[in-house]
Design a protein around this ligand. Structure first.
Ligand code: UDX
Length: 421
């Protein structure tokens, strides 16, 4: 099948490359000329392990353009993979979705052949049918589910493991309201052996939000329990090892630490909170999930100032800037509130991250970036904020180390106080 992918970020680039690997012809569309140039050169526009090789290996069936109309006219299906960031009040920003839907609608007006539009961007329930559909119909003059197909197909990709999450997912969720769209999506995903749930479009949209909100809740729950265990000097990880043995609970995502970052959990939980309030429901638990997450990094600093009361003109090493290991992405990284506070208290920050220093420097050009983890260890105290593998083999002896991500080695010889347990 000929498929167009609108938006070449973390979701679009992976989705297009993986469908190319499954034998489809892919036309990537983006406004950013650098992304188009990268894909045209067989380079991934984002960091994701294995993505370069996938793009290079399928270069003969991949093109990239900024001409959305041409891409829609040349293909049979279009995935909308543009960002849906948070607005100031936490509600979802649909500007990119709206403008891309209008462009696709205008292209559909020129097309005779049937076309399927698939919303993969994370959008609140009611958006595909309530926002995208009317724009497509108005701009194309055609009827949804009759003259063109429309579906919701949310993604469950984790940065750093996105390719395996695409090819070996726990499940595929397909939200459709017409048979032809259902058949097209079933055909696209036929090669992937996993449970496939065919459901109504708003249900598919909600499954995405509830999945992320629940995972975020698990993490904030683990952090609250971790804070209690810390005071009682009980090993939190051991507690959750036992708790997770209950088949109803499952041990994953109970790693207590300084909280969750990334472009998804914070944004999606905030959007769901905003929507809940719009429909007249007070989302108490979801609000506390965010509150616990926002306070958690400050627990690290409380432990630091217990050792080093006055941070003014002290040098603090920061090990880890990415929101999690194996990515260069710093969006909502827990290192951000920590750096903010350190700077406010007059500390000098020596930051190190194997991949994310370039991106973090765009946010904080005023702090020092050091070439190795050992350079950061030379500081008066060291904070561990991302659990990069290489941090497991550093020599922490004699150091004040406050560990926010449970690096086992950090205990050896250091004056140690981790927030994780
Ligand atoms: C997440 C969801 O996992 C994925 O299904 C969805 O499609 C997109 O959002 P991602 O944000 O890439 O994926 O990373 P993830 O591995 O989920 O980690 C998110 C954050 O939670 C990271 O900051 C990580 O450090 C933190 N985390 C994760 C914890 O603090 N404790 C845990 O036990 C797990």
């Amino acid at each position: 099948m000929k498929i167009s992918i609108i938006g070449c970020g973390y979701v679009g680039a992976v989705t297009g490359a993986c469908f190319a690997a499954l034998g489809h012809e892919i036309v990537f569309v983006d406004l950013d000329p650098d992304k188009i140039a990268a894909i045209t050169a067989g380079k991934s526009p984002i960091y994701e392990p294995g993505l370069d090789e996938l793009l290079q290996g399928n270069a003969s069936t991949i093109t990239a353009t900024d001409d959305l109309a041409d891409a829609v006219c040349r293909t049979e299906a279009t995935f909308i993979c543009v960002g849906t960031p948070s607005q100031q009040d936490g509600s979802i920003d649909l500007a990119h979705v709206r403008s891309v839907a209008a462009g696709i609608g205008r292209a559909l007006r020129q097309k005779q052949d049937h076309h399927t539009v698939i919303v993969k961007s994370t959008v609140l329930p009611g958006t595909t049918e309530g926002v995208v559909l009317p724009i497509l119909e108005a701009e194309s003059g055609k009827r949804a589910f009759v003259d063109f197909g429309l579906a919701s197909n949310p993604e469950f990709l984790r940065e750093g493991s996105a390719l395996s999450d695409f090819f070996t997912p726990d499940r595929i969720i397909i939200g459709v309201s017409d048979d032809r769209s259902r058949r097209r999506l079933e055909e696209l995903y036929a090669p992937i052996d996993c449970p496939k749930m065919i459901t109504a479009i708003p249900v598919a949209e909600m499954i995405k939000y509830v999945s992320n909100a629940f995972l975020a809740t698990k993490i904030s729950f683990a952090n609250e329990i971790g804070n209690i265990c810390k005071r009682m000097e009980i090993d939190t990880a051991e507690v959750f090892r036992g708790v997770g043995m209950d088949h109803r609970i499952n041990p994953a995502f109970f790693q207590a630490g300084i909280g969750f970052g990334g472009s998804c959990f914070p944004k999606d939980v905030r959007a769901l909170i905003a929507r809940a309030e719009e429909v007249g429901v007070e989302p108490k638990i979801l609000k506390d999930v965010i509150e616990v997450n926002e306070e958690q990094p400050l627990k690290l600093l409380e432990l630091l100032t217990a050792h080093l009361p006055d941070l003014d003109r002290k040098t603090i090493g920061l090990l880890g800037l990415a929101f999690k290991p194996n990515t260069d992405d710093v969006r909502e990284s827990r290192a951000i509130p920590i750096v903010e506070t350190l700077l406010r208290r007059g500390a000098t920050v020596l930051a190190y991250d194997p991949m994310a220093m370039v991106n973090f420097r765009k946010l904080y050009p005023q702090i020092d970036y050091v070439p190795t983890a050992a350079d950061a260890l030379a500081a008066d105290a060291v904070l561990i904020t991302t659990e990069w593998k290489e941090f497991e083999s550093l020599n922490y002896s004699g150091k004040v180390v406050i560990d926010g991500r449970r690096i086992e080695r950090a205990r050896e010889g250091s004056t140690y106080n981790g927030v994780c347990w």
